[in-house]
Every structure is written in structure tokens, then in C-alpha cells.
Design a protein around this ligand. Structure first.
Ligand SMILES: Nc1nc2c(c(=O)[nH]1)N[C@H]1C(S)=C(S)[C@@H](COP(=O)(O)O)O[C@H]1N2
Ligand SMILES: [Mo]
Length: 540
């Protein structure tokens, strides 16, 4: 019995040390086998599963996946430890174990690194296997039954020494890997961009609610859908309780333009891909183009047709009231201008955008030609793109869900046939036109007045008005809208009411620029994006 437990422990420790080894050499190998495996799982998952995981765990979904894979690997090591006595003796002795470790290491590093050069791979493989080999060698010194020895303090010592030596080896290996692996640290250098003229754009990046002395925790009595617990309910004793006194920046309100680091991030990658902006070229051509060419980043940043303006982007997985929506001040060049230079032929059907992460999307060429607001974006809020938003350049399509806006662009092709895109192949809506919405974000009480505030968006149709109900949808009133900050951005709004009861049954709906009232019919994000009024009951 004891033996079995000891074998499980030693096997599990061996597996864990191997993970330590591959983690230590990840910078040298250019990848991590567990991350590669997790990435494979993500890409093989059907669209509804990915959405369910995001809805259930949010940003924790990917760490949880990696954690489970790691735990499963350690469990497999423990099982192998238990089964150890059944392994033929000639395999257990001599160099069989180190050789097997090396082979497994090679396979894993190959999977992780994909295209890395052979010398790097060989070095990474040997290094990755080192911690577990150190462990194995020290163990075999401890006598004929090293595993059984774990049961006694003096038998345990070599194992502990092995672990210590293996971890020390890993630290050293990691240092070597960083130096010779080029020091990939998951960041890209950004630089400032000059302002571009766009008369319509205003708005600041000041975080909302700054300067407010409001306190009081959100207390949501009932939340019928979505992450309503994030709506902030606050109180303020000293504030001006008129509409203009509340303004649009009271505690909990989103900033008109989302600060760079707070813009939502969604993509299929566990780690964002890295591209060297210096050597990057964007190829523009394809079978339905007569004059394909390549663009460097400077060609975009210095382009005459470059524009800067606030654009709201929202993920198709966003539930009613959700946080996967932001507004950035984006810099970009109209896609049609770039494509026209490649000489589209009469047979052009789709403009296909491809990314270095294997992602691909498409828009009909006809649409691109009619919509100059579709841009290839290279900057956000005054600087080049942060690593997670797709540098050196990404697509930006106002009025469509974020999934259409390919990040980390490497190629743009005119195709002569309809193109099946990445998420479309996984069952999501092909056109992905944003469904109009209005969300509550903040509720603040000042004396006997209560302000309800939030933002609304209706894509290219624009927001005509926003309506708010405080009696659960029986009666509706018009909210006060902030002046537009741009044609393609959300509108912030507020509605101030007398506090007659301590409980407010709040609902909101958008009316778009064509007069269409947002549907109250609830639908989940998959496959066409969520619909329905944002509704919550709060104590004020
Ligand atoms: N290359 C690539 N581009 C991508 C994705 C991706 O997985 N890979 N995800 C898309 C999705 S689903 C969304 S919502 C937006 C999010 O853009 P953001 O992270 O800059 O907010 O990127 C889109 N572009
Ligand atoms: Mo998305």
C-alpha cells in the first residue's frame, strides 16, 4: 500500500518536474507544449462550447484549461509511478528512462515550437529533459528500491535533493533560454502617433467617475441575465442632484473613450502572437487582383488617407449587459483604398483577411467598396497597437461584431469565390451585424434623486434615443444623451428620477436612428449575438 502511494508521489513529482523543464525552456523553444495542447483544444472546440466556457468562467476560462491539462499530466505521471513494477526490468534499468524522457521532450517541444529552427529545438529538448533526468539519476543512487525508500526519512532525502537540484537546474536553464531565445517577453514596444484630423471626433480617455467621492457597494436584488452584479450603485451626500450636476461621469459610468489598458480583449489565442513591426509586410493581392503588392508599417502610418476616430467594438459573445464592449480612438487607412491599389478584377467576390494566428475573415468586395469606414487600423488612443489588439495592424469594421475584425494581419486577398470564415465555420452568423443595445452601468443617489446611467449603440444606424423604465417596463421615459463623440461610437446617457421607493426595477432599450425600437425578445449570444432589454432590480 505504502509502496503504491510512494510510487504515485514519485511519478507525479517526475511529471511535474518535466513540466518545470518545458516551462523553463519555453523562451528558447519558442513555445510551451501545454499551451500548444490547450490551443489545439480551443480551436477544436465547437463555437457554443467556447461561448459557454467564456460565459461561465470569463477571463479565467483559459487559465483553468491550462491548469486542468497540467493537473491531468501530473495525474498521468502518478499513474505511471503506480504501474512502474509492471514495466519490464530491462526498461527500468540503465539509460532507458533518460532516453524515453528525451524522446518525449523532443516530441513535446516539436509540437510547441512548430517552426523554430532545429538547433534551437535540439537545445531546448535536452534542457527540458534535464530537471526530470537530474531527479531520476539522484533517485537511482538511493538503492535498489528508490521508490520504496520514500517511506523512510533517509530514503526521502535523495528525492528531496533531486527535486532541489532539478529546480535549480530549471532556473539556470530558464536564464540560458531567455538569453539565447531572444527574450520573448509577451510585450511589444509601442510608440506615439501624431493626431490625425477627424472633425467629428471628440471625447477623452479620462476614466469615468474620477473625482467622485461616492461610496456604497452595489446591491443587486435580482438580476435576470448577464453580469448585472457589476452595475455600480453609489450614494453621494454632497453632489448637485440636477441632471447636469450628475453629468455623464458619475461613479461607475464608462469613460467616453475606453482607456488603452481597459479595452476588452477577445481572441482564440492563449498567448498573443508576436510580430516584429520592422520586418513585417502586409501583402495585398489574391486571385482576383491584377497588381498585388506589399505594405510596410510606415506605409500605413504615413498614408495620406489615414484617419483617427472613436469606434465602438463589441464581441458577438457579449451577453445582455456584458463587458465585452469598448470604444477606442482608432487610427487607420480605409481598406478600400488599399485594395483598389491592388487592381481588383471583375471576378472579385470577397476581401479575405488573414492573420498569423491562422484566423481568417471575409467581407464582400462590394461592401468594402461602399464603406470607407472599414479600415486597416494601426493605432489606438494615440499609440501603435498594444500586443493583444493585433499589431502591427488589424481590421476594424464599425457596426459589425468584433469577430469580423481580424487582428495581427498578414495578408489581404481578393477572392473569386465566397469565403468561409473562421467563426462562420463554427456556426456563428456570417454577416455579424451588431444588434442594437442599451446597457445600464451606473446608478447613483443624491439626496432624494437617483441617476441611472449607461451607454447605447446601434452600429451604422446610430442611436436616435434611449428609453428608461424604473417600473419594470410598464412606463418608459427618454434619457438624456451625451453629444455624439463620433459617428461610429456608442452614446452615453443618463436618466434622473425622484427616489419614491427604495427599490428600482430598471430597464433600458435603444431606439436607433431609423426609429426602430430595440427588441425585448431575449436571445443568447450564439449564433447571432444577444438580444433583449437590460433589466435589473436594485436597492437605492
Ligand atoms: N487574428 C485574430 N483576430 C481576431 C480574433 C482572433 O481570435 N484572431 N478574434 C476576434 C474577435 S471574436 C473579437 S471580439 C475581436 C476583439 O478585438 P479586441 O481584442 O481588439 O477587442 O477580435 C477579433 N479578431
Ligand atoms: Mo468576438
Amino acid at each position: 500500500m505504502r509502496d503504491t502511494g510512494a510510487r504515485a508521489a514519485v511519478g507525479g513529482i517526475g511529471a511535474a518536474l518535466w513540466l518545470v523543464g518545458v516551462t523553463a525552456t519555453a523562451p528558447l523553444a519558442g513555445g510551451h507544449p501545454l499551451v500548444a495542447l490547450g490551443q489545439g483544444v480551443v480551436e477544436a472546440s465547437p463555437g457554443w462550447l467556447a461561448t459557454a466556457a467564456i460565459e461561465a468562467f470569463g477571463g479565467l476560462a483559459q487559465p483553468l484549461l491550462l491548469g486542468s491539462l497540467g493537473a491531468a499530466f501530473v495525474a498521468a505521471g502518478a499513474a505511471a509511478g503506480v504501474a512502474w513494477p509492471r514495466v519490464p526490468a530491462f526498461l527500468r534499468d540503465g539509460i532507458a528512462v533518460p532516453v524515453a524522457t528525451l524522446l518525449a521532450g523532443t516530441a513535446a517541444v516539436l509540437v510547441a515550437a512548430g517552426v523554430a529552427g532545429l538547433p534551437r529545438l535540439a537545445a531546448a529538448t535536452v534542457l527540458a529533459a534535464t530537471p526530470v533526468t537530474v531527479f531520476g539519476v539522484l533517485l537511482s543512487d538511493s538503492g535498489p528500491d528508490p521508490v520504496g525508500g520514500w517511506a523512510h526519512p533517509e530514503g526521502r532525502r535523495p528525492v528531496l535533493q533531486g527535486i532541489g537540484a532539478a529546480l535549480a537546474a530549471a532556473v539556470g536553464i530558464n536564464a540560458i533560454s531567455r538569453v539565447s531565445g531572444g527574450g520573448s517577453d509577451g510585450t511589444v514596444e509601442t510608440r506615439e502617433l501624431p493626431a490625425r484630423d477627424d472633425k467629428r471626433s471628440r471625447g477623452t480617455t479620462t476614466p469615468a467617475g474620477s473625482g467622485a467621492t461616492a461610496t456604497g457597494a452595489a446591491k443587486v436584488v435580482e438580476a435576470d441575465a448577464g453580469p448585472n452584479d457589476q452595475v455600480r450603485v453609489t450614494e453621494r451626500d454632497d453632489g448637485d442632484a440636477t441632471g447636469s450636476g450628475f453629468g455623464f461621469d458619475f461613479a461607475g459610468m464608462p469613460a467616453a473613450v475606453t482607456p488603452r489598458g481597459s479595452h476588452y480583449v477577445v481572441d482564440k489565442n492563449i498567448n498573443p502572437p508576436e510580430v516584429d513591426p520592422e520586418s513585417w509586410t502586409l501583402s495585398i493581392g489574391g486571385e482576383a487582383a491584377s497588381d498585388g503588392y506589399g505594405l510596410a508599417l510606415e506605409d500605413l502610418t504615413d498614408h495620406d488617407a489615414s484617419v483617427e476616430r472613436p469606434v465602438t467594438m463589441v464581441c458577438i459573445s457579449n451577453p445582455v449587459g456584458g463587458r465585452l464592449v469598448s470604444t477606442g480612438r482608432w487610427y487607420g487607412v480605409p481598406l478600400r483604398t488599399l485594395v483598389e491599389r491592388a487592381g481588383p478584377t471583375g471576378s472579385a467576390v470577397d476581401v479575405v483577411t488573414r492573420s498569423i494566428d491562422g484566423y481568417h475573415e471575409a467581407l464582400p468586395w462590394e461592401y468594402v467598396r461602399d464603406h470607407p469606414e472599414v479600415t486597416v487600423a494601426y493605432g489606438l488612443n494615440g499609440e501603435t497597437l498594444p500586443i493583444e489588439h493585433g499589431p502591427p495592424a488589424r481590421l476594424l469594421i464599425p457596426g459589425r461584431y468584433g469577430m469580423k475584425s481580424t487582428k495581427w494581419l498578414e495578408g489581404i486577398e481578393l477572392s473569386a469565390a465566397d469565403h468561409g470564415a473562421y467563426w462562420e465555420e463554427r456556426g456563428w452568423n456570417e454577416r455579424a451585424v451588431v444588434n442594437q443595445f442599451s446597457y445600464v452601468r451606473a446608478i447613483q443617489r443624491r439626496a432624494d434623486r437617483v441617476a441611472v446611467g449607461g451607454m447605447a449603440f446601434a452600429g451604422l444606424d446610430g442611436i436616435g434615443s434611449v428609453e428608461v423604465s424604473v417600473d419594470g417596463g410598464d412606463t418608459w421615459e427618454r434619457a438624456t444623451l451625451e453629444d455624439p463623440i463620433g459617428e461610429y461610437a456608442w452614446r452615453r446617457w443618463r436618466h434622473v428620477v425622484d427616489r419614491q421607493r427604495s427599490e428600482l426595477d430598471v430597464a433600458t432599450r435603444a431606439v436607433d436612428g431609423t426609429g426602430t425600437v430595440q427588441t425585448g425578445e431575449r436571445s443568447r449570444p450564439h449564433p447571432d449575438g444577444s438580444t433583449g432589454w437590460h433589466h435589473l432590480t436594485v436597492d437605492v
